[in-house]
Design a protein around this ligand. Structure first.
Ligand code: PMP
Length: 396
């Protein structure tokens, strides 16, 4: 029996660099130690006090169906947090809780795109984006942000595709590039959205991981609150990836339709997870800084090591748990370099090509192992690149 094109179309087909990741997993399963700098997951687990609160909530009976849009308490906490951080008036009615940011991305596109509508997104992109957009029935169209522009998207490139489009998906701080979109970039994007009547889906799941300056949400720009759906999540900010708790913030009417969608799909998020998420959010910014701190430290370590050589380039690393390294001086593709590094040095990184065309000749390094192993891996990676670029003698 055939399954639908909608579901077979979720994955792109063809080689996309994920084989490197799969090979690393096979090597590990086969007993070969590999330093894994691939997936965006913390090397710490969810903090014990959060788990204790989850346990308390479950024992107190919050194990039945929870309210579909999310508990009043969690929606209020998130609304207050967003209002405080962005200045945009935000109430419970502007917030719907979802089972993680990924489900929020899918729901947001279902909410704004009719089947066949063009949904724009920026290349390089988080790997699920094109499939998510296709799965929601939209036609995904990638807009390139180039290494020459330090991976900041250009408003005129977006505008060139905007007439036929319904929505634009952006992500800052960005996975995979580690770039934070400047206020100028975001103002340019907002102007295109207003002029061309686009919905903006703003994926802000890394909003607590900003190494320079502060996070800026485009929902706060003039005329944007009515046309922006912000995707948020507990995964990265609170090391709660497995709890599957995220949200969508948007205009009340869109949220009311999204609640209908949740009634017909997820039927909400477990109450004990929501209670624990609220508890986690109440720990405030100091706790969020503590969760982000290992990445801040490792970024500094890498910057120091990279400054001492000139073969591998570092794309401005302003946020999120990744570094994007330019390895074009080796003459290799990101994919070939990643395979080679895995084979010879047992270090697994993601080829830039896994995240679209714009990051070709780059690799993405997740800063997700302990500081000493991380520094060692970067040192080895840089030496490896040096040998590939200039031969063995150059690396002595
Ligand atoms: N957006 C981006 C850019 C991500 O990197 C991720 C996870 N890696 C997500 C969304 C989804 O995260 P979650 O579903 O765990 O909230």
């Amino acid at each position: 029996m055939d399954v639908s094109r909608r579901i077979t179309g979720l994955t792109g087909g063809g080689s996309d660099g994920w084989e490197v990741f799969n090979k690393a997993r096979e090597m590990i399963a086969g007993g070969i130690p590999v330093t894994e700098l691939t997936i965006g997951e913390h090397d710490i687990r969810t903090a014990a006090p959060i788990l204790k609160d989850m346990h308390r909530a479950a024992l107190s009976g919050h194990t039945g169906y929870a309210s579909v849009p999310g508990t009043d308490a969690l929606r209020d906490t998130i609304a207050a947090r967003v209002e405080e951080r962005t200045g945009v008036p935000t109430q419970r009615e502007n917030v719907m809780i979802t089972p993680g940011g990924q489900a929020a991305l899918f729901a947001a596109h279902i909410a704004v795109c009719d089947p066949g509508d063009t949904a724009l997104y920026i290349d390089p992109y988080y790997a699920t984006y094109p499939g998510t957009l296709r799965g929601a029935g939209a036609l995904p169209v990638a807009i390139s942000a180039t290494a020459d522009d330090a991976f900041q998207p250009r408003a005129d490139n977006i505008a060139a595709h905007a007439d036929k489009a319904t929505s634009l998906l952006i992500n800052s701080p960005n996975n995979p590039s580690g770039v934070v979109y400047s206020e100028k970039t975001l103002r340019g994007i907002a102007e295109v959205c207003v002029t061309h009547d686009l919905w903006l889906i703003s994926d802000e799941v890394y909003d607590t991981q900003v190494w320079e300056g502060a996070h800026f949400s485009p929902r706060a720009l003039p005329q944007m609150a009515d046309r922006t759906l912000v995707v948020g999540s507990m995964s990265k900010s609170h090391a709660m990836t497995g709890s599957r708790c995220g949200w969508i913030i948007g205009p009340e009417e869109a949220i009311s339709h999204l609640i209908n969608l949740a009634t017909h799909t997820t039927y909400g998020v477990p109450g004990f997870i929501q209670d624990a998420s609220r508890f986690a959010l109440e720990q405030g910014e100091a706790f969020e800084a503590e969760i982000a701190d290992p990445f801040r430290r490792r970024r500094a370590l890498a910057q120091e090591l990279l400054a001492a050589q000139n073969t591998v380039g570092l794309v401005p690393a302003q946020g999120a748990m990744y570094l994007m390294l330019d390895i074009r001086a080796t003459g290799m593709t990101g994919e070939a370099f990643a395979y080679d590094l895995l084979d010879k040095e047992h270090i697994a990184v993601m080829p830039g090509e896994s995240f679209g065309r714009s990051a070709a000749g780059h690799i993405r390094v997740a800063m997700t192992v302990a500081d000493d192993s991380f520094a060692q891996a970067i040192t080895t990676l840089l030496r490896h690149a040096e040998v590939r670029a200039h031969g063995q003698h150059a690396a002595q």
